[in-house]
Design a binder for this molecule. Structure first.
Ligand code: FES
Length: 142
């Protein structure tokens, strides 16, 4: 059976789907789930438990409520949206390159610790959250 005949036998809708599979944009797929940027953030992390152990060393980070909470290379706590400002995937983590930055694994956007984009993937700043340490209690808030 010739290709044209095969497509004709499938009907117009199926043939269109086979020939033009990326009408909704090929960069999106199941691995690129999008999320809304977190709003109204105000929560506390108990550093005396497992979260504290996970944040013990410079460069460590945890993910909570779509927020990346990290101990930067100077030992201070910083927090940013896990949802990227480029295409709103939840691929942002903290990496130790360039003195400690936020980076999105989806397309490689990089942001300084104040949210400023530092490469050309996006010009949109990453949302940054405040942190406040009181004993073993770390508050993360807007
Ligand atoms: S969605 Fe993060 S770099 Fe594109």
């Amino acid at each position: 059976m010739e290709r044209k005949e095969f497509l004709k036998s499938l009907g117009a809708g199926a043939a269109f789907a086979l020939v033009f599979p990326c009408t909704q944009g090929c960069t999106k797929g199941p691995e690129f789930e999008t999320q809304p940027v977190p709003e109204g953030i105000d929560f506390t992390i108990d550093l005396s438990g497992t979260d504290g152990a996970a944040l013990e060393n410079p460069g460590d980070f945890i993910l909570r409520n779509f927020v990346v909470i990290a101990r930067n290379l100077e030992g201070n706590f910083v927090a940013a949206s896990q949802v990227c400002s480029h295409q709103q995937t939840d691929g942002v983590t903290f990496v130790e390159t360039q003195g400690g930055i936020f980076e999105c694994s989806t397309h490689g956007s990089r942001f300084s610790q104040n949210g400023t984009p530092i490469n050309n993937i996006t010009q949109n700043p990453l949302k940054i959250f405040n942190t406040e340490l009181n004993g073993d209690s770390l508050r993360v808030f807007e």
